[in-house]
Design a binder for this molecule. Structure first.
Ligand code: FE2
Length: 387
């Protein structure tokens, strides 16, 4: 009983740290501060409960009794909060996440796992600082999921039935994985066909030395109508202007914090980009025409803004699915103000459909039960979904 209660306290303590860390990481702070915070929280996670037990006693039931009697009030309150989180909130949230239905926007989903190591005959770990992580045998970084999604989109104009979007995100060029990993994946996209639109939803780069990868990798992409990109927090920490220039040079439009109207199958489509909270201000759509609106936003946290601005479809990345997903529990570290809610997948909020891609890379090249992802989206009208 005593041990079980202490274990629940430890879980609650970890859950609280995770919530604080996730919300803090969603904000535009300096990366050194965030790194320091992550390290301190790691230490607090491991050392906090034993230190607490040593200082205030290991019998939490007794500590709670003392708290209700007016002594040891502060530690008793903290123990109570952690027990509530560990015994009630965490199990309930886990159950809710396990049983929540797939979004009604997803008409069908097919997945193909690409074993890049097998296809290339070796593991393309590259020459990055963290290549030793990519070499670990348990690391599933080189199993990439090619996801084809038929999505029911409210108010999709009839001529756009079957419109195809290739959605890529979070390449994080940092030396690892190597250039050949990305070139191989872009080739896989080309083999699938030519989409109408190509969308890159940010975090292109993690080190300015890899700016020169943009042209040989993304320069091979093909599309029928247009390609758009926004930047993310990792681009913000690097030379974002140089990234924008490189993208423009290969025909990918920088839609960061602005909007424009393009013609798709003779109809206007408003495309907007939101790079907040890192690049500001958010696009001003007061002059934008009515009609179908597509939002590219690095962070899915802008979902409230998207709904407010009548976006029909929103494409995001940033959260990487958590990169490490435990059995039953799922993701833990997700840099979002909503914590794990939009870690990956498809959601419908009001009449806005949101797709969150897990990304191709990551500064820390670690993946467990959370493969990198290429999303191929096929749009279907909601009222024509059955046809
Ligand atoms: Fe990212």
């Amino acid at each position: 009983m005593r041990l079980g209660l202490f274990l629940a306290f430890w879980i609650g303590h970890g859950y609280l740290l995770m919530l604080i860390l996730n919300v803090t990481y969603s904000q535009p702070y300096h990366r050194k501060f965030l790194k320091l915070l992550r390290l301190s929280f790691g230490l607090l996670l491991l050392a906090g409960p034993p230190l607490f037990g040593w200082a205030f006693g290991w019998d939490l039931a007794e500590l709670l009794q003392q708290g209700s009697a007016g002594t040891s009030l502060l530690p008793a309150c903290y123990a109570g909060l952690c027990l509530l989180l560990g015994l009630i909130a965490f199990p309930l949230v886990t159950i809710w996440r396990l049983i929540r239905p797939t979004s009604r926007a997803v008409l069908s989903e097919t997945s193909r796992l690409i074993d890049v190591q097998k296809e290339l005959g070796h593991r393309p770990v590259g020459h990055g600082k963290h290549r030793h992580l990519a070499e670990a045998s348990w690391n599933q970084f080189f199993h990439v999921e090619f996801t084809t999604l038929n999505l029911a989109i409210p108010n999709l104009p009839a001529p756009w039935e079957g419109l195809q979007i290739l959605h890529l995100s979070d390449a994080h060029f940092y030396g690892t994985p190597g250039q050949e990993y990305f070139e191989f994946l872009i080739n896989e996209c080309l083999k699938h066909g030519t989409p109408d639109l190509v969308i890159l939803s940010g975090d292109i780069l993690d080190d300015d030395r890899y700016l020169e990868w943009i042209e040989p990798i993304f320069g091979k992409l093909k599309w029928n109508v247009a390609a758009f990109a926004v930047l993310g927090n990792h681009d913000w920490w690097n030379d974002d202007q140089a990234v924008r220039k490189q993208l423009q040079a290969i025909g990918i439009k920088d839609i960061g914090n602005r909007w424009e109207t393009i013609e798709v199958r003779s109809l206007p489509l408003v495309v907007a980009g939101h790079e907040g909270p890192w690049f500001r201000p958010a696009p001003d759509l007061s002059e934008a025409p009515e009609g179908f609106r597509l939002l590219v936003s690095h962070s899915p946290d802008n979902i409230g803004w998207a709904r407010h601005n009548q976006m029909n479809l929103m494409l995001s990345g940033h959260n990487h699915g958590g990169q490490i997903r435990l059995p039953v529990v799922g993701s833990l570290f997700v840099p979002s103000a909503y914590s794990r809610r939009y870690d990956m997948g498809t959601f419908q909020e009001g009449s806005t459909v949101l797709h969150v891609n897990r990304g191709l890379g990551g500064k820390e090249p670690i993946r467990f039960r959370c493969p990198p992802q290429i999303s191929w989206l096929v749009l279907r009208g909601q009222d024509r979904a059955g046809s």
